[in-house]
Design a protein around this ligand. Sequence first.
Ligand code: SF4
Ligand code: SF4
Length: 731
Amino acid sequence: MAGSHVTRPIFDGIPRVGELIFYVLAAATTLIFGYGVWRRVAKYRRGRPAGRGRHIREALLSRPTRGVRTRADRGSVGVVATNVTIGRRARAVGIAHFGVFWGFLALFAGTVILTIDFDLLRNISKHTVGHEVSFFHDWFYKIYKVVLNSFAIGAVIGLGYLMVRRGMRKPFRLDYRRAQHPEQGYSRRQFVIGDWLFAGGLFTILATGLLEEGFRIRGARFPGFEGWSWVGWLIGKISSGLGMSASVARHAHHVTWWVHAVLALAFVAYIPYSKAMHMLADGVNLLAHDRTATLRLPDPQPDPTHAGYVSIADFTWKELLDLDACTKCGRCHEVCPARTGGAPLSPRDLILDLRQWVDVSSGGLAVLDRETRPGPSGPTAPAEGTPLAGGVIPAETLWSCTTCMACVETCPVGIEHVGTIVQLRRSLVESGNMDPTLQTALQNLAGQGNSFGKSARMRARWTKALDFKIKDARTEPVKYLWYVGDYASYDDRLAENSRLLAGLLIRAGVDFGILYEDEWNSGNDVRRVGEEGLFELLVEHNVEVLANAQFEEIFTTDPHTLNALRNEYPTRGAIHKVWHYTELLAHLLETGALSVDPLNLKVTYHDPCYLGRYNRVTEAPRRVLAALGCELVEMPRNRDNTFCCGAGGGRIWMDDSRLSERPAANRIKEAATLDVSHFVVSCPKDMTMYSDAAKTTGHDATLTVLDIVRLVDLALRRPAQPVAEPAGAPA
Ligand code: SF4
Ligand code: SF4
């Protein structure tokens, strides 16, 4: 009941008129906040359905989804609550953000509890039972205080760390310099001001809340039970130690109370118009996040009048929410191989440009969250009629993407950049806005089923040099169907690797066959280029061939093909178990089907994006290396944090001569610092990219690039040769 002295008076020392002013301000805040949220929601409602209802339901129930490895692959309440995505590869930032996140939530909950007690329970009870009923006293008060003080100080420390890091250490990822513009032509000062207003405002609110409590306790001469408000108690003791009298403390309490209250209300009103919006958007975005949506790209937008995205209505609500969820943390900017190589693409800038375009063209109300031209001008809005793909977002930016997925993997708030990029590419493809070399590759694929433009009959020419015949899976039953892929079939430099693998499998007694001229390109990269019609054509052919072949499981040499067969084909009726050849080799070595002698080589291994990051096949190649007795020295960027060779997403068919540094060269330089003799790959495209890069960077004399199958062949225990008797040996 009210009346216990183990509590604190609400509006302690604030006159009645002050209380009234507070309630008027609170009502105005609620209206401004509500209007801002309504505007945002109205914007998302302009987008198409995203088909994420089931994901959100599963995420809310924290139910792991079948086929998904971690809960971060598809968001969950646990991911949001633990801030695990923020702490990934940035532990200190994760811990600090965890403190701020939970501190803010706890203080918000504390305010709600107080509102329920003071504004509802006490008022209602006064008018119904004739006296005030309250639970905000005694043991409840003590627990409330100790909990909120602890959360508040956690938030202050966390936010303090983040501010010092941003202001003093100035990490590259938080530098707002654009990837595709020189120094002039734009100004991002508003971003910087907005960041500091957000962080500084929140810090001041937290600090004044604690100070206000400390002065109140000092003003009340330290009642014993206030020891539960341990941070406030400490502040009170310090202020007392510094000579602050009780009456001065009471004045200081009133001042800090008002500063705290007005700032807190202003901050709430500011949330939906500023960077603070991420506090609302990110939780929902993470719950709706589906990493597997990048593995299996979204279908084209359904409007038959155009391909790809041309207006806001083409975006799904999730894609529009993605734009608002971006905190500008710059992690994607840092890891992007295109940006690293000097291409005019940064996934962060792409998201921010789209956000600004959507905001300006929908009459948004963003405050201090826009790029401007230098000088006293407005946001850098594109001229009326500027096309989205090829205008607002330059074609060169979109074509620079290797679809390596590093941005999606690293983004702590579940933004799915690659799907949006491909939707914009579809628009470029429709208007024919592409590299001539890419156009040729697509014509070859349409005409011959391969990007080399060679006849389908030549696909299995590499088998001619074998001294055995590989079974034809179209006509005879086999356990494994080997989907060889274009590069391992047609590129003469890689054919020997294919022959070695075939020989190893025969030696291990594996029952396998190939599709000969009926194997066509799987279409993985065609889809990522944005040529949806051609992708469907290739899939239709391949699915039919697979349906008529006789096999139990598939393995492939090409990680891009593996991705298509594992993730894209099942939705088109071809549901099969699909392995990478390293998984098969690991099994053969570990079961003794292949016997090897230790190589004792010091090697490093490169994870292909479509294998290591997309499909999380990271351990099988390492198991092979371990079975071969190799000492594996990891590059700093490994497994799902691998660095792209630059060939994915159709980039292998495009001109890369304008890059300041090819991603493959960057990677070879990384490996060259490790004191290893071999750079091991498990993707035919990697073999091409890295052999060239080793030569162009001058590391080919010290670093041998080779496919993992070559190492297995090298280590193979050959049948013992008869040893010649030394001349003159005794009989
Ligand atoms: S997919 Fe890779 S290349 Fe494309 S934007 Fe993301 S990080 Fe950059
Ligand atoms: S897209 Fe994600 S990773 Fe990139 S800056 Fe925004 S929040 Fe950070």
